[in-house]
Design a protein around this ligand. Structure first.
Ligand code: IMP
Ligand code: MG
Length: 173
């Protein structure tokens, strides 16, 4: 499969540092839990957490859609839930790509029932032109209107997660 670089590792590193600064300033010493959405966000999460000047609690979730539907609107579940309590703490969800918004709407709705102080979203890539639901990315890394991207944690069929940059896959050239 051919691929074309979209954001190279230096561009990503610079942007992640900027996001780390913005997040550190936003939360300061208030109680914060940062939640990595597995699997795709794991590389972004590792770099973003090390760019913070604050020391939040960290946790991980994994979402899965029920099989049987072709639509992303099919029901979602946690295949791995959080372990840390978020009651009366700020929550920052760290996601790889927000596309239609279905995954983030599901996750924020479930977490809201656990009485956090606030919920915000950091996403490496905000595909805002394809949004179907009213989901706002509070800390967007990059915006992209089209294309399927891999690398820096993002996969196609569980491959390419280890690439240092973000690439667009080019199908049928
Ligand atoms: P949403 O529920 O439509 O917002 O879907 C977002 C999810 O789809 C992300 O968590 C990604 O796992 C996946 N996704 C969407 N676009 C891409 C892409 O270009 N590359 C890799 N994964 C993607
Ligand atoms: Mg994902």
């Amino acid at each position: 499969m051919n691929k074309r670089v979209v954001f190279d590792k230096d561009v990503i590193a610079k942007r992640v540092r900027e996001l780390g600064q913005a997040i550190s300033q936003r939360y300061g010493n208030e109680p914060l839990v940062c939640v990595c959405v597995l699997k795709g966000a794991f590389v972004f999460f590792a770099d973003l957490m090390r760019s913070l000047d604050i020391d939040p609690e960290l946790d991980f979730v994994r979402l899965a859609s029920y099989a049987g539907g072709t639509s992303r609107q099919g029901k979602m579940i946690f295949s791995k839930d959080m372990e840390v309590s978020i009651e009366d703490k700020h929550v920052l969800i760290v996601e790889d790509v927000v596309d239609t918004g279905h995954s983030m709407q599901y996750l924020t709705r479930v977490l809201e029932t656990r009485n956090p102080r606030s919920i915000a979203i950091a996403a490496l890539v905000d595909k805002n032109e394809r949004r179907e639901l009213d989901v706002t990315v509070d800390f967007p890394g990059f915006s992209l209107d089209k294309g399927f991207i891999v690398g820096y944690g993002l996969d196609y069929d569980e491959k390419y997660r280890g690439l240092e940059g973000i690439y667009e896959l080019i199908v049928n050239d």
